[in-house]
Design a protein around this ligand. Sequence first.
Ligand code: SF4
Length: 302
Amino acid sequence: MPATDPRELGLVADCGSCFGLCCVALPFAASADFAADKAAGDPCHNLRDDFRCSIHEQLRQRGYPGCTVFDCFGAGQKVSQVTFEGRSWREAPATARQMYAVFPVMRQLHELLWYLTEALTLEPARPIRAELRQALDETERLTREPAGVLEKLDVAAHRGEVNGLLLRTSELVRAGHRGKDRRGADLIGARLRGADLRGANLRGAYLIGADLRGADLRQADLIGADLRGADLAGADLTGSVFLTQAQVNAAKGDAATRLPHALARPAHWPSTHTGPTPSPRPKREQGHHGRPRGTGRRPRRR
Ligand code: SF4
């Protein structure tokens, strides 16, 4: 049986093995997520010489909550230690431009590896397991290409191919649940407290600031759903598919929020139950309720 543990597979960020790439390569604009502007390629002024963050313990208090929700899926250490063989942009400044160009490509490939690895663990996806395995092997092979190849890789085309398989996986998982189809739906600020969203298709849905307290999201497909500021207190997300740590980190939750086993409870969530007790017979979805203020761009980095 091939390994399916994301940590074992190098799909969990190991900042100690990375040259602070997310703190250098990516741009960010001063906003509620970041206290200052920074251009792509400029090291953040909080980045220390040893590639550690000087305000790591106070990111939220110091105005950098966007840094606490970014997830590179292990791309940072792959680029640092594999593609560039452990030579940092400080040691070899001539490689910096290429390293910064490769990092976002690698991040996308590692994100696909995350989804494919999860898909391979899902029993309903057994009929397409060989295709999933093949896609995972091909994606892994691409991550080991030299920097010059990665830099020019048509990652969108590869994403498109893998996405077809992920869609089929989602359909197999959700078959029989007759879940709602809310793909790409504008559910910003929606009142979904206690909603029955089992098996729902929420791919790419905008759930920014939505009230999902006590909602039942088991077997829901949450790939790409924007959960910034969504309230997941008491919600059940066990068995939901294609949910990532970055999405969870961007949402609010509490001690009663139930997460898929591969994901960790964010440290900034309260350790007590703050939401309603989940209802044994969930209410129906109540729909859209306008846009909250302060819903800026999607957080980019940790
Ligand atoms: S984690 Fe954020 S604040 Fe800290 S060095 Fe990186 S970009 Fe800067």
